[in-house]
Design a protein around this ligand. Structure first.
Ligand code: COA
Length: 269
């Protein structure tokens, strides 16, 4: 899908590695990178979803390959990065988007349930950056992690995600400081509610919750996946050459209002 905002071929000659890219926001980002000229390697857990995603990108004229692995498995992740480099060449762009979520009150969540999300979101982002560094350590390389406004505002039923995303934000800032001298830039996109995603299907499962959530957003609507993809594209383009260690909130102003997910409070204890 072409961007309505940016001119074409902004990423010509680049190689992008996208985790969590077989569906949702990160698939839209992978599609956007491909239509802008990048060769795209997608990592996801399910082969069937990967096959569908890469076939769609190829049908639209892009170049894409899929790798089935879990970001919690460092060896498998390293192997996929190595194969992506052997296939397409040095990696220029890393998109850390693999995430897990289920709505549950803290008291309804086992230690293992909490750990599952921390391991996918936070440890998975660390693993991806750590394993990818040797493939992208060069001036112009760009890393973008997908966080959420959960990182800086408590949301009922989301203790695991709030803790994990807060960790992602400070991890990326720290790596931006450590890796800046190598020319590697790292930034965070922090979306609020995004339309037509698995996350919102889980967090806003009824029309009533969705309507109340929409009223809490100053712009009175959810973001589209395209809007998040355009922000990711900008951060990976030459236009963002002096931006690193920044968190870009893209939530229609929702986190400014102080209204949390009040609509789900009745399910929180
Ligand atoms: N409520 C409470 N606990 C839950 C749960 C729920 N709805 N869903 C999973 N868990 C717990 C499990 O009970 C298990 O804990 P236990 O061993 O103490 O019983 C733990 O989480 C791990 O479960 P498992 O099924 O092995 O998880 P996984 O590691 O294969 O999957 C999840 C990861 C749990 C995050 C899963 O929900 C997932 O993959 N979701 C799809 C991705 C997604 O949500 N994407 C959108 C991101 S915004």
């Amino acid at each position: 899908m072409t961007s309505p905002v940016f001119r074409d071929n902004l990423l010509r000659g680049k190689v992008a590695f996208v985790t969590g890219g077989s569906s949702g926001i990160c698939l839209r980002i992978a599609e956007r990178f491909a239509t802008q000229g990048a060769k795209v390697a997608i990592l996801g857990r399910t082969q069937e979803k990967l096959d569908r995603a890469t076939a769609g990108i190829r049908e639209a004229g892009g170049v894409a390959i899929g790798f089935a692995a879990d970001v919690r498995d460092y060896a498998a992740l390293s192997g996929a990065l190595q194969k992506a480099r052997e296939t397409y060449g040095e990696i220029d762009i890393l998109l850390c988007g693999a995430a897990g979520n289920f709505p549950a009150p803290a008291l309804g969540m086992s230690a293992n349930g909490f750990k599952a999300v921390i391991d996918i979101d936070l440890l998975g982002t660390f693993n991806t950056c750590r394993a990818a560094y040797e493939h992208l350590r060069k001036p112009g390389a760009s890393v973008v992690a997908i966080s959420a406004t959960h990182a800086f505002r408590p949301i009922p039923l989301q203790a695991h995600v709030c803790a994990g995303k807060a960790g992602v934000d400070i991890l990326i800032k720290t790596l931006a400081v450590e890796w800046g001298s190598a020319g590697v830039r790292l930034n965070v996109i922090s979306p609020g509610p995004v339309d037509q995603t698995e996350g919102m299907r889980r967090l806003a499962p009824t029309e009533d919750i969705r309507a109340r959530l929409t009223r809490s957003i100053p712009l009175q609507r959810f973001a589209s996946k395209d809007e998040i993809a355009d922000l990711a594209l900008f951060l990976c383009s030459a236009g963002a050459a002096y931006i690193t260690g920044a968190v870009f909130v893209c939530d229609g102003g929702q986190s400014l209002t102080g209204s949390s997910f009040a609509s789900v409070m009745d399910r929180a204890t």
